[in-house]
Structures are given as structure tokens and as C-alpha cells.
Ligand binder design. Structure first.
Ligand SMILES: *Cc1c(COP(=O)(O)O)cnc(C)c1O
Length: 366
């Protein structure tokens, strides 16, 4: 990965001098289990609806900045009103807008690492102080007591459930406690919420807690990572705050049309999500079984990926890529994640190949 030049480091804002261009170490591979996408892909009838919607969409006009048709569909889906929905260019833009509007110099964001690295990145770019409340180093469970205490001085608290890359959830009672303690906003990032068991979403808390913001995306369960569309559910005045800082036309007409078609066909994704959940449990058991003879540890997950720890994780990851053309994500240099790899749950065949390759490489390495 390229570093910024001396010249540019002198020209950018001081808090940005350490940044690198975002260009993940991506190599086209036969089997890509590195980015938590839905490997099953859009079901053919849904793809046909998306294609028809795209064909019917003129591109010479600017998009509706607030994506109101899509907002209405999302609102009826989640049982809220249009005013509670903020649509964005992927969940990542929603995060940026949230941190831009409600963070900044002199404000504190409470973060719960190891977690999605984008939070700390955006917070530091925007000059927001980041206060870490680390997870348990063994189980990765968040510490609800410490989070509630830290929340008392926070502008934003980020709770990711299921968490990326550890896969664990924060129960809604814990989220409610943090909402009560926090004078600012509490973000429940539920990008992987569809893969979690029932009763684990914080969405029902929205009615009682007007400082709660819930993030969803079409990128994971809904097979639209490439189209870029996500959304937040929040109190109407929070949505107004976000709408005031957003880039006016960030969600293009094609993304809006694709997301609307998918939202209308959301029932078609239930069998896909069920299949991924059952494959996740199978992979978990199989990797655990490998762990009886080989040095591999795996954590339970409520998302569409598993976190595993193996000796020489970086080497194992490179061997999977170079010898088997299987791409997984290396987290071994992230704090608290020594020797950890994150493996997206793929199709049954992909998972079988991954298991065979992992077993063979671990045998050779040990
Ligand atoms: C993938 C992801 C998102 C959002 O992704 P987009 O593709 O930008 O919608 C948000 N939070 C977490 C934790 C994620 O893993």
C-alpha cells in the first residue's frame, strides 16, 4: 500500500498525515471469502426485477436527494415513518455523515475495539477524540458497565451488533443502558443484523430512545455491495441533521432503483439468509473439529463470517490465496486480533474447499 508523499503529507490536514490510500490487498481469486458479501448472489427473479428497474430509470436527471420512494419502502418494512429514514451511498457514507454532523473537535466518540476500523478512521479524520472501551480479550464480549460509564461524556457511542470482525452481539438491554447513559447519540450498527438470531436487534428501542440510531445496509444480506446503498433509522430531527450535511446527490438513480427493487423483494432473501446461517454453523463445527488435532481456534458468530486464530495467520492467508486461490481477510496486525483471520461464509462448495485447504495447510505448517 502506497504512503502519502512528503509533499502531500505537508499539504493535508495534520490529523490526516498518517493516512494511506484505501486500496485493500485485493487479488482476484477463484473464491472470495474476504469482504462479507453474499456469495449466493441475487436470486434470478430478483435480478430480473432489478434489471427491469434499471432499464426504466432515466439517467439525465439528478436523483431525489433523500430517495423518498425508497425511504417509504424502508419505512413500511421497518414499521417507522419516512421521517425516520436516512438513505446513504452505502452504510459507510451514513457513518461519515453521522460523525461529521455530531462529532468533530472537542467531542468524544466511544469505540469498542476490536471492531470495524472505519469508525476510528472517520473519527480521527474529523478531529474527534476516540475513547476506546476494549472488548474482553478472550471472548470479545463488550463491557456494558464500562460502556455505560464512558457514554456519559460521549457525543457518539458506536455499538456494532453483530460485531465485525468478532461476530458477537450486544444484547438490546445493554444498548438501552448505553442510550440512557449517553447525552449524545448511540449508533447500533446492524450491518449484519439479518444473520443474527431473533430478538437481538435494537430496533424496537427506537420508539423509547430518541438518541438511538440503527444502521442497515443492502451490501451484506441483500447482495448489493456493488450498488452502494445503506440507511439509518433515527429520530426525525437526527435525520434532518444528517440531511443538512450530506452530499446532495450521493445516492445515484441506479443505486436507488436497485435498492428499491430489492427492498420490495426482501422476502426472497429469507432462504438465502437461512442457508448462510446454517452453513455458518456447519463451518463453525467443522473448524472446531479441526481444532481437536490442529492449532486452530474459532469463535461463535451471529454474522455471515467467522473469526479464526491460527499460528502464522499471515502466512496461512497468503498460502490460501497463492496455492488455492481462496481469499480471506487477515486481521493479524490489528490490535487484539493477533493471528486472526476473518472468513466469510460462502456457498456450500466454497466452504468445503476452504475447509479442505485450511486443514491441509495447517497440517503442513504444524
Ligand atoms: C459492511 C459494513 C458496513 C457498511 O458497509 P456498506 O457497504 O458501506 O454499506 C457498516 N458497518 C459494518 C460493521 C460493516 O461491516
Amino acid at each position: 500500500v502506497a504512503e502519502l508523499s512528503e509533499r502531500v503529507r505537508a499539504l493535508v490536514q495534520p490529523q490526516m498525515r498518517g493516512l494511506e490510500p484505501y486500496d485493500p490487498d485485493f487479488a482476484p481469486c477463484r473464491i472470495n471469502l474476504s469482504a462479507n458479501e453474499n456469495d449466493l448472489g441475487l436470486p434470478a427473479p430478483v435480478r430480473a426485477r432489478v434489471d427491469a428497474a434499471l432499464r426504466a430509470t432515466p439517467t439525465n436527471r439528478y436523483p431525489d436527494p433523500m430517495a423518498n420512494e425508497l425511504r417509504d419502502e424502508i419505512a413500511s418494512w421497518h414499521g417507522v415513518s419516512r421521517a425516520n429514514v436516512f438513505v446513504s451511498d452505502g452504510g459507510d457514507e451514513a457513518l461519515f455523515d453521522l460523525f461529521l454532523a455530531f462529532g468533530g473537535p472537542g467531542r468524544t466518540l466511544v469505540n469498542c475495539p476490536p471492531t470495524f476500523s472505519v469508525y476510528a478512521l472517520y473519527a480521527s479524520m474529523l478531529g474527534t477524540t476516540v475513547l476506546d472501551v476494549p472488548r474482553d480479550p478472550e471472548t470479545f464480549a463488550p463491557n456494558a458497565d464500562e460502556l455505560a460509564a464512558a457514554a456519559a461524556d460521549a457525543a457518539i457511542v458506536v455499538l456494532t451488533s453483530p460485531n465485525n470482525p468478532t461476530g458477537d452481539v450486544m444484547d438490546p438491554a445493554g444498548v438501552a443502558r448505553v442510550c440512557e447513559a449517553c447525552p449524545g447519540l448511540v449508533l447500533a450498527d446492524e450491518a449484519y443484523g439479518e444473520f443474527a438470531g431473533p430478538g437481538l436487534s435494537s430496533e424496537p428501542l427506537l420508539a423509547a430512545h430518541d438518541n438511538l440510531v440503527v444502521l442497515h445496509t443492502f451490501s451484506k444480506a441483500y447482495c448489493l455491495a456493488g450498488a452502494r446503498c445503506g440507511y439509518l433509522l433515527a429520530a426525525p430531527d437526527v435525520v434532518d441533521g444528517l440531511a443538512a450535511v450530506r452530499q446532495p446527490y450521493s445516492v445515484g438513480v441506479l443505486a436507488q432503483a436497485a435498492a428499491l427493487a430489492v427492498a420490495r423483494e426482501r422476502a426472497a432473501f429469507e432462504p438465502l439468509v437461512d442457508e448462510i446461517r446454517s452453513e455458518r454453523e456447519r463451518l463453525l463445527l467443522e473448524i472446531r473439529a479441526l481444532g481437536r488435532a490442529l492449532p486452530v481456534r474459532v469463535w461463535p458468530s451471529q454474522a455471515n463470517f467467522l473469526l479464526v486464530r491460527v499460528p502464522n495467520a499471515s502466512r496461512v492467508r497468503s498460502r490460501l490465496r497463492d496455492e488455492r486461490s481462496i481469499l480471506v481477510r487477515d486481521f493479524s496486525s490489528a490490535p487484539g486480533l493477533a493471528d486472526c483471520l476473518r472468513i466469510t461464509v460462502g456457498t456450500r462448495e466454497e466452504n468445503d474447499e476452504l475447509l479442505g485447504a485450511l486443514e491441509a495447510i495447517l497440517k503442513e505448517e504444524s
